[in-house]
Ligand binder design. Structure first.
Ligand code: SAH
Ligand code: DHB
Ligand code: MG
Length: 224
């Protein structure tokens, strides 16, 4: 199997199960034009996020790591009119691009974008009593994934779904001796998640246009 095959299958799945989507395509085009890195989830992963949120009837979603709002748009589409998605982004330029993309997708009324380091904005979200969230998507700086898990659990209830992107990192995740802090952050996250008695969790490997990576999915099974 080669990267070429993975790319072709990504296109095949995307064409079949997602198809053309003006708002999402415009979001990617505007993100690229503004110089944002092309590291958004791929279309069929975005749809998976939407389907997971719909399956649990999510009304309140928290996203850590907005970029240009591509995954935000998918997740927000799962919400009812009175639903709410809070998305956290460190880079004000990314946030500017995301705001336009989210508005163009007609989702400005359900999405609230908060700028700042997530480890600074998460305590405020807790202090404001905005939790518990029904679904939490972790996709920001990998070094802080263990901390994001801690906050996600604080902002959860029994039945909350926690999803984390990029938990395989080209397979580097199996290297306990890796000097890469991103890899160590993800390793620690996976270990904490696996050992956490308040969740039942698993992880999937993914291949495609973004290379080789994976997603973890955890259901909170204890708590209020
Ligand atoms: N979820 C997006 C991709 C997010 S990429 C999608 O799939 O469409 C990761 C994002 O996290 C980047 O925009 C980066 O600026 C942001 N980020 C990095 N460190 C952060 C931090 N400490 N707090 C909040 N956001 C951060
Ligand atoms: C990177 C970040 C991501 O969220 C992703 O999905 C792929 C790559 C990165 O920082 O390299
Ligand atoms: Mg990611």
């Amino acid at each position: 199997m080669s990267q070429e095959t993975w790319n072709a299958v990504d296109r095949y799945i995307g064409d079949l199960f997602v198809g053309r989507d003006t708002a999402l395509e415009a979001a990617l085009e505007a993100s690229a034009a503004a110089g944002l890195p092309s590291i958004a989830v791929v279309p069929h992963e975005g749809k998976l996020l939407m389907l997971l949120a719909q399956a649990i009837g999510a009304r309140k979603i928290l996203e850590i790591g907005t970029l240009g709002g591509y995954s935000t748009i998918w997740l927000a589409r799962a919400l009812p009119n009175e639903g709410q998605l809070i998305t956290l982004e460190f880079d004000p330029n990314h946030a500017d691009v995301a705001r336009v993309n989210i508005a163009r997708a007609g989702l400005a009324s359900v999405v609230e974008l908060r700028i700042g380091r997530a480890l600074d904005t998460l305590p405020k979200i807790e202090a404001e009593g905005l939790g518990p969230f029904d679904l939490i998507f972790i996709d920001a700086d990998k070094e802080n994934y263990p901390e994001y898990l801690r906050w996600s659990l604080k902002l959860s209830r029994r039945g909350t779904l926690i999803v984390a992107d990029n938990v395989v990192r080209d397979g580097k995740v199996v290297d306990g001796d890796s000097s890469d802090e991103l890899v160590q952050g993800v390793r620690r996250f996976n270990e904490l998640l696996a050992a956490e008695p308040r969740v039942s969790a698993t992880a999937l490997q993914t291949v495609g246009v973004k290379g080789y990576d994976g997603m973890a999915i955890a259901l909170v099974i204890a708590g209020p």
